[in-house]
Design a binder for this molecule. Sequence first.
Ligand SMILES: [Zn+2]
Length: 319
Amino acid sequence: MTIASRQLRIGKRPLYHVAGLLLACVALRAAPLPLGATPPGKVALVILSHHDDHTWEWGFGGFIAKLSDAGFTCYYVRTTNDEKDSGIGWGKGDQLNLRESIAATRILGMKEVISLNWRNDHMDSVPIKEVRAHYILMIRKLRPDVLLTWNPWGHYDRNPDHRKVSRAAGEAAWMAGLPNVHPEHLAAGLKPHRVPLVYYTFRSDYGKGHVPNIAIEITEDHVRRKGEAQLAHKNIYGSPAIAKSIRAQLDARGLEIPELAGLTDEQAVDKLQKWSMESWSRKTGLENGARFAEVFRFVDEWDHLPGLTQYLKDNVVKK
Ligand SMILES: [Zn+2]
């Protein structure tokens, strides 16, 4: 069918068909999510799979910077050793990725990276009970007010480490509060601690079970810092080869990006990555009534009883 004949057909459609189409488009546009306040507390624990998970587009970079600015002490648990995430051999890659992860967390104001060093892409061979036990130990030791992690319902994500970590961390968040779970921790002087506030994330295009219910507004400074934190992972995000490949593909079609003209591939990749992070944060903000934002699935400690959060909101008063 030619373009002209397509236009003719659309032109002949009755008006109510066009109106119906427009209404359907409006209905499909997602409603803005409520903007969440900065949570109360002093300690935030971020449990994810890899060295860079906290800083990429679906990560928590802006929110972590916001929590740090609000006085939170923030810890990052890097669950795997990222041995596959480099071209310089497993051992060297692990060490390089850990160094870059530490540099990135510093930009966001975090205190420490705790690397559990399970083998990258081998999480499926580790019993979930063992991974969960490590997280429960971390939670009881650091006693976070806020946990940021993968959404256990993002189970269609194609990354096996993301899926495994999501389930173990989701279970650890509440099981750490039960005294009869890993009583050996109590014998060692630790106390049970259920994490009261949990924010989940996932790639929205892979983890289809992940449905955000809250937006967190972030500032231009938070966006800048999360872009820099992402680029601190030079091994995977700052490679000049990325810009070189994009420019070569455009060049083959007789195209170019004037803004990148005269820049080295190293400078160009820096610009491209910062643009990507900034535009993603701006798009998420615009969709939710803010200039810049990140979106998450939020649950609190009352979430296991349907309606209890709302009941408490409506009925609790100061004694
Ligand atoms: Zn990852």
